[in-house]
Design a protein around this ligand. Structure first.
Ligand code: SGN
Ligand code: CA
Length: 538
């Protein structure tokens, strides 16, 4: 490890000051001192891919009790668990773009993964602002935005499989130039080791801002061999809404993301018969995507087949989560061992939520709670009390302004989100009364109708508008699982109130185009400039 003189001098002065004030209560004193010493805050922003809040044990779901995430939970124990953080477009690239820019999809331009082009890296992002303010910045792991990361002193991002990366033999691009193939380590382990290396070799005269981003636990859920033994002795309980029949929800009834009908042979780790060409073997593995029937053996059918698919899916998914949890633990340990814990903000989140069998589904995209809500844990020893829980309503466009605000950096006025730093201070004010959503990609993947909507503390109103014209309304207090669409029976005053709120948000965020214009956005094909590795990346 590199000697860190700056830190050692700092630690010594903290020790002397602490010794002098030993009669005062230790913890309070320490907080005070780190403020006085005016050490700039570092940021580690950790983001997994498709990690559902139901699979973070700090949120306390049944499943997570059987597959705990003790290291990720440390962030909540030392800081806060946020219970109402929402994604504004529940899909990878768009969510990442909104997080980076503090702007909604239609404004930052990256609103679809498929045929949605590449991220415009010339625009303002929060890493650029940190960099301008003297921070050393880096991104390591999943990026999935096509163009080379901008605003970073160092980047090492996954580029194969259309930027998704793979669990094994992942390919990375370093600083937009060199392509390396990782042949030995699982992607989670490689990303973990790279982050620790970067932290260890960074310029210690500057504060740092690191994006630490995993591919796991994204589809096709391939865990590191060190986790293969997990969960072999028991099965996971089925979620309450596993047998949903989608009554009263036309859009949901058209989906193609059912555990029973749309998991393919690759997802279920089937091995293609020998002798197939590469192309045929890919086809064989993708069989099931479009609802084609298949079973691993002659006797497994019906409910038993669906049950087997669920157990295979959820166990592999949670084994991938276990890898992420371990990797989060080693970075938290690093911060502790190197005296960085007291002046480093740590965030843990996912690019969106995910279905773990709820409504019979895998994947995301919907404004229904499981894919709309993001896990969000944050520790900032200077301002957030250990063990805090917060129900402040937050959107992913708020992350950038909040991190800047917490670091005492001015928030650029063009960012559409706003800081939620106040949720942890004084009156713990919740500065939003509703959150906004808009999803565009259709029909691939998974056939989810484009929709937009508003959520207040109690209600959720959505409009599915692409090739149907359907409104849905849920009372989350009486129907938290969103099984009863009450749009046709609700009081007209309630609907009017919610539509007013929705229109106000559409106007405020400049997303008030006509339905025709919005449909056109779905239909527009924007080619990717960069898509595969080993091409010259500009
Ligand atoms: C891949 C997956 C889809 C998934 C998208 C988007 N298919 O295309 O199931 O919805 O990614 O995921 S796969 O067979 O290639 O795994 S996202 O996280 O990047 O938005
Ligand atoms: Ca994702």
């Amino acid at each position: 490890m590199k000697p860190n003189t700056q830190l050692n001098i700092y630690s010594l002065s903290v020790f002397l000051l602490l010794a002098l004030g030993a009669c005062n209560s230790g913890k309070e004193e320490q907080k005070d001192i780190s403020k006085k010493a005016n050490k700039p805050l570092n940021i580690i922003y950790i983001m997994a891919d498709d990690h559902a809040y139901q699979a973070v044990s700090a949120y306390g779901s049944k499943i997570s009790k059987l597959a705990p995430t003790p290291n990720i939970d440390r962030i909540a124990e030392q800081g806060a668990r946020m219970d109402a953080v929402y994604c504004t477009n529940s899909i990878c690239g768009p969510s990442r773009s909104s997080i980076l820019t503090g702007k909604f999809s239609h404004v930052n331009g990256f609103y679809k993964n498929v045929d949605g082009g590449d991220f415009n890296g010339a625009q303002l992002t929060f890493p650029k602002v940190f960099q301008k303010n003297g921070y050393q910045t880096a991104v390591i792991g999943k990026w999935h935005l096509g163009t080379t990361p901008t605003g970073f002193d160092y980047s090492k991002v996954l580029i194969n499989w259309g930027g998704q990366g793979t669990y094994f033999n992942p390919q990375f691009c370093i600083n937009g130039k060199d392509t390396v193939i990782e042949t030995k380590r699982h992607s989670t382990k490689a990303i973990e080791d790279d982050c620790l290396d970067w932290l260890d070799n960074r310029d210690t005269t500057k504060p740092f801002m690191l994006l630490y981003q995993f591919k796991a636990p994204h589809r096709d859920w391939r865990p590191d061999s060190m986790f293969h033994e997990l969960f072999q002795d028991f099965d996971f309980p089925l979620p309450e809404t596993f047998e949903d029949d989608y009554a009263g929800r036309l859009a949901a009834s058209e989906n193609m993301m059912e555990i029973g009908n749309h998991l393919n042979r690759r997802d279920m780790k089937q091995v293609p018969p020998p002798g197939l060409s590469r192309r045929d073997s890919m086809r064989w593995l993708a069989y099931g995507d479009k609802g084609q029937y298949w079973s691993p053996n002659d006797s497994l059918t019906g409910d038993a087949l669906k049950y087997w698919k669920y157990q295979t899916y959820i166990k592999d998914y949670l084994r991938c989560v276990a890898g992420v949890d371990r990797a989060v633990g080693s970075v938290l340990d690093y911060l502790e061992e190197n005296g960085l814990s007291e002046n480093t903000i740590v965030v843990y989140t996912s690019d969106q939520g995910f279905y773990l069998g709820e409504h019979g589904w895998f994947d995301k995209r919907w404004m229904y709670e499981e894919s709309f809500k993001m896990p969000f844990l944050i520790k900032n020893p200077r301002t957030i009390e250990a063990g805090t829980t917060s129900d402040a309503m937050v959107m992913n466009v708020d992350f950038a302004p909040t991190l800047l605000d917490m670091a005492g950096i001015e928030i650029p006025s063009e960012m559409q989100g706003k800081s939620f730093k106040g949720a942890f201070e004084g009156d713990k004010k919740n500065n939003r009364k509703s959150v906004y959503y808009h999803y565009y990609e259709y029909p691939i993947w998974h056939k989810v109708q484009p929709h937009y909507g508003v959520k207040t503390e109690r209600y959720k109103l959505m409009h599915f508008y692409y090739s149907i014209d359907e409104w849905e309304l849920y009372d989350l207090k009486t129907d938290p699982n969103e099984m009863r669409n009450i749009y046709s029976e609700a009081a007209p005053e309630l609907i009017e109130l919610l539509k007013k709120e929705l229109e106000a948000l559409r106007k405020e965020y400049k997303d008030d185009g006509s339905i025709e214009q919005m449909r056109r956005m779905t239909d527009t094909v924007i080619r990717r400039v960069y898509n595969e590795p080993n091409k010259l990346i500009k």
